[in-house]
Design a binder for this molecule. Sequence first.
Ligand SMILES: *Cc1c(COP(=O)(O)O)cnc(C)c1O
Length: 386
Amino acid sequence: MINSSTYKYLNAQETPFYYYDMDLLKTSLATIKEEAARYNYHIHYAIKANANPKILSLIQAYGFGADCVSGNEIKRSIDNKFPSNQIVYAGVGKSDKEIEMALEANIFCFNCESIPEIEVINEIAKSKNKVAKIALRINPNVNANTHHYITTGIAENKFGINPWEFDQILELLTELDNIQLVGLHFHIGSQIVDLSVFKSLCLRINEIQNWFLEHQIIVDHINVGGGFGINYHKPDEEPIPDFRNYFAIFNEFLNLKAKQQVHFELGRSIVGQCGSLISRVLYVKNGINTNFAILDAGMTELLRPALYQAFHKIENLSSTDEHENYDVVGPICESSDCFGKAVSLPKTKRNDLIAIRSAGAYGEVMASNYNLRQTAKSFFSDDIQI
Ligand SMILES: *Cc1c(COP(=O)(O)O)cnc(C)c1O
């Protein structure tokens, strides 16, 4: 993935830092745009996956909208030129202040997650003489077969409105003058690699649409959320997820009514593979079963392994020696600060440059200053002068 001049450039920087392959991001965006255009699908980029302004500007330039989960994400999207009429806003805990600013910005749609939230949005919209466009975020009770921390669409989750609340909601909507129902929204989890899960989602959406149809309601759009996974084990073999087959599933199984639009909220599948966390080996320390390679990057730069035992491919960019096993760990004072156990790497020594791959999504955005760590910088392939 990295040629010798790029290596030289990276090796001259102070570690740790994020490195983004902007060519890969461009190719991914062009692919998504082309594949989505076959069916006239609308794409909103899930800002929470990576909110780096340089990455946002590029994504925005391809004409995608934004999917936000906080007021500051709405602000960041607008600052980076995402048109406000292409911004959707989800989240179980929208504060009054956030709702106010979203109304002021005239966003496309609030994805509402509870009855009390709809009532509060109505109240605030009324005070501003506005009508809020909303979609109901429905919990379809479809299991995403992914890590339980990133499953969001089964009955026990905090997300979304459950079908047994539909009657009450319809009654409520007839009473609220400052709410306009424009869509149905679903998002069942993240890192979903089994495409049959999306087929199950479509079939469930069809049933739910039928219920609304029986109650004389046809919404303008169906938002199927995001969640499409990436190949963490083989990032170079599958740098771009199979968007053609992904969109084809929805085209095949989702029953649409006349003029109904389909919206997607893609995060990880857009930015996941373009980013790597680059770090340096501080020490190699002998352990009982394997040796420890102690890096200068830790859970403060990339939290996913500590947070949900996520796998990231680890590469030694400086060595081509024979392989040995290492527990690759960070410097933070937590035992969970570990990027991988018994990782096979070429013989590793102090100052070797290490790449932790597929870190473009939920990497930089989750960084913290725990242990009073410095915030890591980011570098972009198109800034490198060769
Ligand atoms: C996180 C999130 C997404 C994006 O999920 P990915 O797995 O990164 O595609 C989309 N929609 C909502 C509501 C989310 O919370």
